[in-house]
Design a protein around this ligand. Structure first.
Ligand code: C2E
Ligand code: MG
Ligand code: MG
Length: 689
């Protein structure tokens, strides 16, 4: 017999016979087992009870039988799990070869109980291991970030974790019922495209071994990635495991990254990279169907001025405002990108010369309304250069370069306007130069001593005498030709190279003034000073040393500062101005009237002259607003006991107006342009005071 079996005498409750399997189960030699009291082997109350009943009811002759899982005590005291059946035997049913003792009992007509046991130790061990594995799996299931759903082949739900409940937002009420259909319906109703969702589920149903990854968009805007894997047992599919991962944040992060890498952080307009992509597309399309497009290169006029006088934060707000206006002025299909700083580029499709011109005019019109920020109202203008594909270039670089060059032409021609790229004869093409070329050439020019100063006479409106001159830098480059300071000074200001240039100008002007003084005809020389130069820590000392080295009394030098010099750090500016005034140099405010600063500093700063910007003089004497502004500046200057100088006087009518208005001095082509020193001497020799 495979099972352990022993026979128990109902009277004595002792074992009267046992098989070998019994000995093995209990760890006892058979000889010892026979005769053992059955109660000694009982390990559970149930067994104790049973044998108690047997003993009590034996006379009643009630046949008893039990079958259950229980424990028996082994010889070494340990308990073994067993499936145990006890039944009462009739003596007659005993087989002939039963053990001798049993046969005796039977013969005596005593009741015998047969105890048959199946050792469950192995099974229990396996079950326990299984339980542990299941517990591990449960824990794993719950600790994953993915929602998991396990179904059988018919689509019935077999298992899921809490995360599944969360990502799908399943109401607890639904879960309690475990009504599969309601859960599946809920899922279908949650996705934005139930039709497509069901079709994909049907595809999975049609092939139990199919693996698939999909992205599901939920009604609330969240996005799930669903991975469907077949679940197999012994090589056969028995169901599916779906995992759902919430990838909303990841998608958002990717979108942000994508956006940041293709847009400008300040204005959220496309950046150079995205613009390059769009131009690529336009070029490809042009190659296919011959369609045309144009690039409009836009640069704000005097934006540095805004930054310096109003501060960068306000400058940023102006740029934001500009971005909005430009966008609003364009067609939907056009792209406007910000390359950085105050540079914008518009890509406009299907544009010929006239179309691009219209687009540029719309851009400029967007600046007609004044800008209002921080309670101030002011005007910003822009200059635009246009390059057309295919006429002006075949590549993005070429087109951008040409458009930028055209923009510079617009600036030179007086700003606030647009220019189409003009193809030039080969020798002059050098003029379409980039900032980098300019910067490089400037450094070379300084090294090689190519800069010169010309001097423009300043004439007294009362007496007609020349009372001084303004030193203006001139540069003729071998390749680039004559480059105007209006073009290269802003580039030098941006790169910081203006400090080196300014230093050279100062020394050269001082040298020339000293030379004139030594020759017996002293001329005061006005020197233009850039904001960056003025703000250098050693600026005042530098001026003092230059004067000392040349042995020139300070009164022969005047410094022309712009309003931006004074506004930047008013406290510091005041200290510098006072130090310069103590040296004895004269101070003038150049280009007066185009700044945005308050006028209160005029009273406090030790300045002696105001120079009315030539843009106001140009409108005299007919332009109503220019007349008003110029008159106001002169009146204010006189009230503050400052000398007023008018720049850019080209006509006799302008001179007469200024004289009548009470202006003190003028300079301009009417009298003379800036002249090289010998020409200056020849021209003004007699007129010098
Ligand atoms: P600015 O200081 O306002 O100089 C006056 C400008 O007006 C000069 O232009 C001069 O040639 C021009 N001009 C003189 N008379 C007339 C006229 O009757 N009509 C017209 N339309 N223009 C006239 P330029 O020499 O081209 O200089 C432009 C600007 O470049 C200067 O404006 C000044 O801001 C800057 N600049 C010139 N030289 C220097 C320098 O040595 N250092 C610095 N930092 N800036 C300089
Ligand atoms: Mg000047
Ligand atoms: Mg000026």
């Amino acid at each position: 017999m495979l099972h352990a079996v022993w026979l128990v005498d109902a009277q004595s409750l002792r074992i009267v016979a046992a098989n070998r399997a019994a000995g093995m189960l209990l760890g006892m030699p058979l000889a010892e087992l026979v005769g053992t009291e059955v109660l000694d082997l009982a390990a559970t109350p149930e067994d104790l009870c049973f044998w108690g009943d047997v003993a009590d009811q034996v006379d009643g002759g009630v046949a008893q039988q039990i079958e259950s899982e229980t424990l028996v005590t082994r010889r070494d005291g340990t308990a073994a799990p067993v499936l145990r059946r006890v039944c009462r035997l009739n003596a007659s049913s005993l087989v002939a070869d039963a053990a001798e003792g049993a046969a005796d009992s039977a013969r005596r007509g005593d009741a015998l109980y047969c105890v048959a046991l199946h050792d469950r130790s192995q099974q229990v061990r396996v079950e326990r291991e299984l339980e542990l594995t299941v517990a591990d799996l449960r824990a794993t299931l719950e600790s994953t970030q993915d929602g998991l759903l396990v179904t059988d082949l018919a689509g019935r739900i077999r298992n899921f974790n809490q995360r599944f409940v969360q990502v799908w937002g399943l109401p607890q009420a639904l879960l309690g019922k475990r009504a599969d259909d309601t859960v599946l319906d809920w899922m279908r109703a949650s996705v934005t495209e139930p039709g497509a969702y069901m079709r994909r589920l049907a595809a999975l149903d049609s092939d139990a071994m199919l693996q698939a990854t999909d992205v599901l968009e939920l009604q609330g805007g969240r996005v799930l990635e669903r991975v469907a894997m077949p679940q197999c047992a012994q090589g056969q599919p028995i169901g599916r495991v779906f995992s759902f991962r919430d990838i909303t944040d990841k998608i958002e992060a990717n979108r942000r990254i994508q956006q940041l890498s293709t847009t400008d952080a300040l204005t959220a307009l496309p950046n150079r990279r995205l613009l390059a992509d769009r131009i690529e597309v336009a070029l490809a399309r042009a190659a296919r169907d011959g369609s045309r497009f144009a690039l409009l290169f836009m640069n704000l006029d005097h934006f540095q001025h805004i930054n310096e006088t109003l501060g960068r934060a306000l400058g940023d707000r102006v740029l934001l405002d500009v971005a909005e206006r430009v966008k609003a002025s364009l067609r939907q299909a056009d792209t406007v990108a910000r390359l950085g700083g105050d540079e914008f580029v518009v890509l406009t499709h299907q544009a010929d010369e006239a179309g691009a011109g219209h687009a540029a005019q719309r851009l400029l019109d967007a600046f007609k309304r004044p800008f209002t920020h921080a309670g101030m109202s002011f005007t910003v203008t822009a200059s635009v250069g246009i390059a057309l594909h295919p006429n002006d270039g075949a590549t993005m670089d070429e087109l951008l370069r040409r458009a930028e060059a055209a923009m510079r032409e617009a600036k030179l021609a007086g700003r606030a306007s647009y220019r189409l790229h003009q193809p030039r004869p080969a020798h002059a093409d050098a003029r379409s130069r980039t900032r980098m070329q300019l910067d490089h050439a400037m450094r070379q020019a300084l090294n090689e001593g190519q800069f010169r100063l010309h001097y423009q006479p300043q004439v007294s409106l009362d007496t007609g005498e020349v009372v001084g001159c303004e030193a203006l830098i001139r540069w003729r480059d071998a390749v680039l030709g004559e480059v105007s300071p209006g073009e290269f000074i802003p580039v030098a200001e941006e790169s910081g190279f203006i400090i080196a240039i300014g230093d050279w100008v100062l020394h050269e002007a001082v040298r020339q003034a000293a030379q004139w003084l030594a020759a017996g005809r002293g001329v005061a020389v006005s020197v233009n000073v850039s904001a960056l130069q003025f703000q250098q820590p050693g600026f005042v000392d530098g001026v003092a040393r230059a004067l000392q080295a040349a042995g020139l009394p300070a009164k022969w030098i005047e410094l022309e500062l712009t309003e931006s010099c004074l506004i930047h750090d008013a406290q510091d500016a005041m200290l510098r101005l006072q130090a310069l005034a103590r040296l004895g140099v004269r101070l003038a405010i150049d280009d007066f009237g185009i700044g945005y600063s308050s006028l209160s500093y005029l009273k406090r700063f030790p300045i002696s002259r105001l120079k009315i910007d030539r843009s106001f003089v140009g409108g005299l004497p007919a332009g109503e607003s220019d007349v008003g502004i110029v008159q106001a500046i002169i009146n204010m200057g006189r009230a503050l006991r400052l000398e007023v100088v008018a720049e850019g006087v080209e006509t006799e009518a302008q001179r007469e107006f200024l004289q009548a208005a009470g202006c003190h001095l003028f300079q301009g082509f009417l009298y003379a342009p800036a002249l090289a020193a010998p020409a200056f001497e020849a021209r003004v020799g007699a007129a010098l005071t």
